[in-house]
Design a protein around this ligand. Structure first.
Ligand code: ADP
Ligand code: MG
Length: 688
């Protein structure tokens, strides 16, 4: 939805509901609205992609059959004609300047008739029939307002050589008509929202975006529009950050004594990287402004320990902390570690997941509400409306990319005073993304990993289950293995063109034949108690080989894990594979990560994983290969929904925009508000 700016600032024409345009009734308007086009502004800023240069104009000589052609010809007449099984067709008779007669045939397009005025000249573009070269099938056409019959005119170039990305139900031809109207009636009243170009320059730029005279003009227009979009983004991020850090919060004392006592609870001493990151968190908490920080550390870098120390700092003041995890398996994993650390202390903690029995839940909710439970660990179940906390001071969200903005907000709203917020992620964030998706966050990094980690070897190999079975045979007594499948159950192979994928159910049956009850199966559709029981057995070692889907992506911390084998590895994101590999080498046992891929698969992409253990390098490779969505999780797109800018090309503009916003300060100019493309204020409530 578009936020309407101050009408004083911009011509209100730009924000005319589309219904006011010719040919757009209420029904059409609501179809367009459903697809995201509300006003003329939305139409003007739908940036088309260039789809090449138009075919050569054929002014003389015969037309070839079955190819795309472009001709200028005068309309002789247009008549409806019954076209057999295909309903009513409209047939137009055309005459080229050299006298050659052509026919243009349109199917089910009676509406075009009123546009086809006999005696007028049009530029026609479309395919000729495969056998009758003088028959044009459903060609696009533009009226030649100059009326000329010869000579290249400006009109020739204005024929659509661009394509709009349109949802089902919005026809290209109709949309182009809409653009034409807006260009003609609205654009002449538009001014540059950034105030950098004159009205004329700006209007020429927007025009070139839709009706480019050549590829260079199109790209130049794209850059100018991107510049505005990124300026708006930079302003938005700044205002979000300001809203967060200027909200009244409460400082935590966190003195040296509290600090030392909390550290003493850990079974290890912090690494240098952890110590640095913790100091940043501590500095945030001891200030009144609420913390809004992303803690990034590669898999196994030890983020949980920092979350615990942070929680203990507020608990020391008899306040409360919440630790939110995306899965019950992970919540349980945290509880195990935290429970061990807190044994023998007076700190009370509890775990709340969807599977918590009703009586336990009631008891836990009571303790959370009256403050006797200090640390609440859990899954989405924590977000429920009946979960109340007496004095919530810090919220930690693990694997934060698995949660949306709403979910964050739901937790934050449980506090009377805005709590400190710490987001954990193992997904290394390339600089490009950090500047957009997380531009409003402070970021800490845990550099390095805890000592005593055994080496992990990664190999990629073409093949199937046999490769995995061979690797299993090579395991030593006491070693454990994790076999990851892309699918839970065999699905019918709809496309038919892809090779069948290994599914966990079948792999389980096959491996069980060899290893009997040492093998267990774990996937997302199992109920929670069952999942937790399987995980407990795996942790205890009674289950040696676990066949699983990516429900285990996070939450396995088993020191005797010696093999992680991934079937159909090419189907996974690199960052995800890196996560899975991160389950290895947690004890003294060296680990083997085996990436088994289909013979014809994209092995070079996997080679990045074999080559490096550096999460950041892998994330950059993943970003290039799969785009930001995969890396950030589905719900993170809010800020990334850039319509026009492409960060692989426009990163310089983003830097420039951040710089501009820093030097100018203040709030976003009204004219740029529509560019922020933001959902209504309530969905960004985590920021304010
Ligand atoms: P992640 O950052 O992936 O969440 P965890 O917090 O799960 O990592 O830590 C990974 C493992 O390393 C855990 O077993 C944890 O107990 C251990 N660990 C964390 N910090 C240290 C440390 N400073 N020294 C030794 N082991 C540590
Ligand atoms: Mg973790």
């Amino acid at each position: 939805m578009t936020t309407l700016p101050d009408p004083q600032q911009l011509s209100p024409l730009q924000f005319r509901p589309l219904q006011f345009l010719k040919g757009i009734g209420p029904a059409r308007a609501s179809a367009l609205a459903a697809a995201g086009w509300h006003t003329t502004w939305d139409v003007l800023h739908t940036f088309p992609r260039l789809i090449g240069l138009p075919p050569e104009l054929s002014a003389t000589g015969p037309l070839p059959a079955g190819v795309a052609v472009r001709v200028r010809a005068q309309l002789v007449h247009a008549r409806p004609r019954f076209a057999g099984g295909r309903g009513m067709a409209l047939e137009a008779s055309l005459r080229r300047a050299d006298g050659v007669l052509l026919t243009a045939r349109f199917f089910n397009a009676g509406y075009l008739r009123r546009l086809l005025i006999p005696g007028e000249w049009f530029l026609w573009e479309g395919r000729t029939d495969a056998t009758k070269p003088n028959l044009l099938l459903h060609p696009a056409f533009v009226h030649q307002s100059s009326g000329t019959a010869a000579g290249e005119t400006a009109d020739d170039r204005s024929i659509c050589r661009v394509a709009y990305r349109l949802p089902d139900g919005v026809g290209e031809r109709a949309f182009i008509g809409l653009v034409d109207q807006v260009l003609e009636h609205v654009l002449p009243h538009c001014r540059d929202p950034a105030g950098l170009l004159t009205d004329q320059e700006w209007q020429a730029c927007v025009h070139a975006a839709h009706r480019p005279s050549d590829p260079l003009a199109h790209e130049a227009a794209r850059r100018e529009l991107s510049r505005r979009e990124l300026l708006a983004l930079a302003w938005l991020l700044r205002s979000r950050r300001l809203a967060v850090i200027s909200a009244p919060g409460r400082a935590v004392r966190w003195d040296d004594e509290t600090h030392a006592r909390a550290l003493a609870r850990l079974p290890f001493s912090l690494t240098a990287g952890q110590t640095t990151a913790l100091a940043e968190i501590r500095a945030d908490l001891t200030a009144a402004a609420p913390m809004y920080r992303l803690l990034h550390g590669d898999v196994g870098s030890g983020k949980t320990a920092l979350a615990l120390i942070t929680a203990l700092a507020v608990i020391a003041e008899h306040r409360q902390a919440v630790l939110l995890a995306p899965t019950a398996v992970l919540a349980q994993q945290h509880a195990l570690f935290i429970g061990r650390c807190l044994a023998g202390t007076r700190v009370r903690w509890g775990v709340l997941t969807g599977g918590t029995p009703a009586n336990e839940r009631t008891e836990l909710l009571r303790a959370a509400a009256d403050g006797t439970c200090h640390l609440l660990i859990g899954t989405h179940a924590l977000l429920s409306d009946d979960v109340h906390l007496r004095d919530l001071a810090v919220v930690v969200i693990d694997e934060q990319h698995k949660f949306g903005v709403h979910q964050r907000a739901a937790l934050i709203d449980k506090a009377a005073v805005r709590p400190h917020l710490l987001l954990l992620t193992a997904t290394p964030i390339p600089r490009t993304l950090a500047l957009t998706a997380f531009g409003d966050l402070a970021v800490s990094r845990i550099v390095g990993r805890p000592p005593g980690r055994a080496a992990v070897t990664t190999t990629a190999q073409a093949g199937g289950l046999a490769v995995v079975e061979r690797a299993l045979t090579a395991l030593c007594v006491g070693d454990q293995a994790l076999v990851i499948c892309a699918l839970r159950e065999a699905s019918t192979n709809e496309g038919g063109d892809t090779s069948p994928i290994h599914d966990a159910a079948n792999v389980f049956v096959a491996v069980q034949k060899l290893y009997g009850d040492q093998v267990s199966l774990l996937h997302g559709a199992m109920d929670e108690p069952r999942k937790l029981a399987v995980m407990a057995a795996f942790r205890a070692g009674t289950c040696r080989i676990l066949i699983a889907t990516t429900v285990v992506e996070v939450g396995i911390d088993v020191p005797t894990l010696a093999l992680v084998a991934v079937l159909d590895a090419e189907r996974f994101g690199l960052a995800q594979l890196h996560q899975l590999r991160g389950r290895l080498g947690r004890g003294e046992r060296p680990g083997i990560c085996l990436l088994v891929h289909a013979a014809q698969a994209d092995a070079p992409r996997l080679a990045a994983l074999v080559a490096t253990d550096d999460g950041m390098a892998i994330a950059e490779a993943d970003l290039a290969a799969r785009g930001p969505g995969e890396l950030l999780g589905r719900q993170q797109h809010g800020v990334l929904r850039l319509r026009i800018a492409d960060l692989s090309r426009d990163l310089d503009l983003l830097h420039e925009a951040h710089q501009h916003v820093r030097t100018h300060g203040g709030t976003i100019p009204d004219a740029l508000i529509p560019w922020t493309n933001q959902p209504p204020a309530d969905t960004v409530s985590d920021a304010g």
